[in-house]
Design a protein around this ligand. Structure first.
Ligand code: PEP
Length: 245
């Protein structure tokens, strides 16, 4: 039985004032039946981890560099995320793939770096609107799974996030049938490659999840939670999503 995971990706949002949202979540969910994760911008990770300390809320980075250290201005190593109190690293988000030209091979290297630092890798994949409309979705997802996932993934060290690019921040979501099809496909691919651990790896849906659609999405058998962008920024939005899981 996989435990649900409600993960928030704050992207390039949040300053010290946002830490109050975490205080509200802590009070609202003292002993949740699901796991909660917040990935703030790197500038807030240590402070947010300190606010979340002792609560059920885990924290993580939104990206990590494949290498442990070195001359990479502006980048953050996985070990630095751990040092700042984080336990997870998102890798391969479509905004990173697009804005920073990250290929599957780079995403895989980043996921390997996260695992080597003892972090849980939250590995993102998803098709573009063109790919969806030209019926290439499962081929694209299959190729991203094959290219972006390192060997040795388990339910304890990895989470997959299926995020159709056209659903991110747009208010559009796939139909429940489309979500079901892709999540069933991802589950089958994970089991084919990782055996029993493929059953244990959680598969999140991401893309315009909000309080009004969360319950319907979470009712899909192979949806184990959500990676939430915009609706994770305010406790009043994220809290009902957590409660729906
Ligand atoms: C995301 O960027 O991971 C995301 C799912 O964003 P939103 O919830 O805002 O669509």
């Amino acid at each position: 039985m996989r435990r649900g995971l409600a993960a928030g990706n704050w992207k390039m949002n949040g300053t010290a004032a946002s830490l109050g949202e975490v205080e509200v979540l802590k009070t609202a969910h003292p002993a949740p039946a699901v796991d909660i994760l917040i990935c703030p911008p790197a500038t807030l990770l240590e402070r947010l981890s300190s606010v979340a300390s002792g609560s059920a809320i885990a924290t993580g980075g939104q990206d990590c560099h494949p290498e442990k250290a070195g001359a990479h201005t502006g980048d953050i190593a996985a070990g630095m995320i751990a040092d700042a109190g984080g336990s997870h690293a998102i890798v391969g988000h479509s905004e990173r793939r697009a804005d920073h030209h990250e290929t599957d091979a780079i995403v895989r290297a980043k996921a390997e770096a996260a695992l080597a630092a003892g972090l849980v890798a939250v590995i993102c994949l998803g098709e573009s609107l063109d790919q969806r409309e030209s019926d290439q979705t499962l081929d694209v997802i299959g190729a991203q799974l094959a290219g972006s996932l390192p060997d040795g993934l388990t339910g304890a060290n990895a989470v997959i996030a299926y995020e159709p690019i056209w659903a991110i921040g747009t208010g559009k979501i796939p139909t429940i049938e489309q979500i079901t099809e892709v999540h069933d496909f991802i589950r089958a691919e994970l089991v084919a490659r990782f055996g029993a651990e493929g059953e244990a790896i959680r598969v999140l849906y991401g893309g315009s999840v909000k309080p009004s659609n969360a319950a319907e999405i979470f009712a899909v058998a192979n949806v184990d939670g959500a990676l939430v962008g915009g609706a994770s920024l305010k406790a009043e939005d994220f809290s009902p999503i957590i409660a729906a899981l």
